[in-house]
Design a protein around this ligand. Structure first.
Ligand code: HEC
Length: 427
């Protein structure tokens, strides 16, 4: 019980492990793409090639109309050359996409086209693998603006059947052949506390507040940066304000900063599974006397895994230990976390909502006794903008056992997948 007097971690006096100034693990630390709603593969519609080509030529915005005309004109297919075969992935690509995205998928030189929007490089695995097929399907089906991209990326829903769009998306996949990069399909939505297995490029701001007990408001910034195909570095900076006792004075400041490295150890797109190992270290940057930190280094090795289930549902699990270098100042802990959730979309292509429930278990090894705490955290994550790279999540964390002195907390996060664009892009 040594820590309790000093008002330290897992939150009693310092108001719970919301956003960590009290050393408690705050708001989970890794990020998440909204589970891409997968689009069912629909059987091809028309059978008449020229009919499709003709429809193709009259749809879309004025820009895409001009493009289509150019793409299918005799200048593009000089006389004597066979027009592409629209029953093969390559033929569909050559007919519909090559004009802009180029033979090699890197995009043509912008001087050869009538727009200035930079073209994506589909051979760049770092970019290509993180996009799930469902997102590429939607952009190809509806055109760039459906995901906050430029309208120079035309819509093909009139020209190509859903089946053909699936085929051409499969063709896009051939440009990055390196399967060490985990695919975006494995990037299940991010829970508030449980750390995902998927490596991310993102910034998350989490806030939590005690609903009962002594006052505690805590925030935390978490910055994650991918490293090569399977790695990720992260920094976690908690800030907070808390009362050591109800009606007592408020104390504020920075908590124990944490740095970590994650590595994907196994992943399978077919099985919808990803598994990672992680080593994090908490540095004693927070003021232990004020209850904002532990005053010691804490090593935290853990593993986490994500699994896809039918109907856009998913599970995350995480388990690990916290090993303080000075056990006078902080307890050793064993923790385990589980999450189950599912994703709905508004309409076929709209906003994504992911309700989930986290179960958070921790065993604290104190001098005289072992304490087991169990919390539940129901929550809903939802996308905020059209590109879906800005998301929010609201949840309520409440203790299931040992409820005395463990406050219920409201928790919120705002997540920005910065690799997908600026914060104000794609609204
Ligand atoms: C008229 C030129 C043009 C044609 C033709 C075209 N695209 Fe695009 N495409 C673009 C541009 C420009 C972008 C980038 C838009 C942006 O970043 O705002 C883009 C982006 C995309 C993206 C989004 C990548 C991401 O960032 O996630 C996909 C997927 C895509 N195109 C697929 C296709 C497919 C498949 C075809 C053919 C069926 C095709 N495009 C044909 C111009 C084109």
């Amino acid at each position: 019980m040594k820590r309790r007097a000093a008002a330290t971690r897992s939150g009693r006096p310092c108001g719970g492990r919301v956003a960590g100034p009290c050393g408690g693990r705050v708001a989970g630390r890794s990020g998440g793409r909204v589970g891409g709603a997968s689009i069912g593969r629909v059987a091809g519609r028309g059978r008449y090639l020229w009919q499709r080509v003709a429809i193709f030529a009259v749809v879309g915005t004025a820009g895409s109309f001009l493009f289509v005309a150019a793409a299918l004109s005799s200048a593009w297919y000089p006389s004597g050359q066979q027009a592409p075969d629209l029953s093969t992935p390559k033929g569909l690509y050559d007919a519909g996409c090559r004009y802009c995205h180029a033979d090699d998928g890197r995009g043509v030189d912008l001087s050869t086209v009538a727009f200035n929007t930079p073209l994506p490089d589909f051979t760049d695995c770092s970019f290509a693998t993180r996009e799930p097929d469902a997102d590429w399907f939607i952009v190809t089906h509806q055109g760039g603006p459906i995901r906050g991209f430029d309208h120079s990326m035309p819509a093909y829903n009139e020209a190509y059947s859903d089946e053909q769009i699936n085929m051409v998306v499969d063709y896009l996949r051939t440009f990055c052949a390196d399967d060490r990069w985990p695919r975006g399909e494995l990037n299940y939505p991010r829970p508030i506390v449980t750390e995902k297995a998927y490596p991310e490029d993102e910034l998350v701001f989490t806030m939590g507040a005690n609903v009962d007990g002594p006052g505690g408001v805590a925030g935390a910034f978490q910055y994650e940066k991918r490293f090569l195909a399977a790695g990720q570095f992260e920094v976690f900076v908690p800030i907070g304000a808390l009362q050591l006792e109800t009606d007592g004075a408020w104390l504020g400041g920075i908590g124990d900063i944490e740095v970590g490295y994650k590595h994907v150890l196994a992943q399978s797109l077919d099985r919808g599974m990803i598994f990672s190992g992680n080593l994090a270290v908490k540095l004693p940057t927070g003021d232990a006397d004020k209850g904002l930190g532990t005053g010691t280094f804490v090593f935290e090795p853990f593993v986490s895994a994500g699994f896809g289930l039918p109907r856009n549902s998913f599970v995350h699990v995480q388990t690990g230990v916290e090993l303080p270098t000075n056990t006078e100042k902080a307890d050793r802990e064993f923790f385990w976390r589980g999450v189950v959730g599912t994703t709905f979309t508004a309409g076929r292509f709209g906003r994504a909502f992911s309700p989930m429930v986290e179960i958070l278990g921790v065993t604290e090894f104190e001098d005289e006794q072992t304490v087991n705490n169990l919390d539940l955290l129901p929550q809903v994550q939802f996308t905020l903008n059209t590109r879906q790279h800005i998301m929010a999540n609201f949840g309520v964390r409440f203790p299931v056992n040992n409820t005395k002195g463990r406050p219920t907390q409201l928790i919120f996060y705002l997540l920005w997948e910065w690799f997908d664009g600026g914060f104000f892009d794609g609204w």
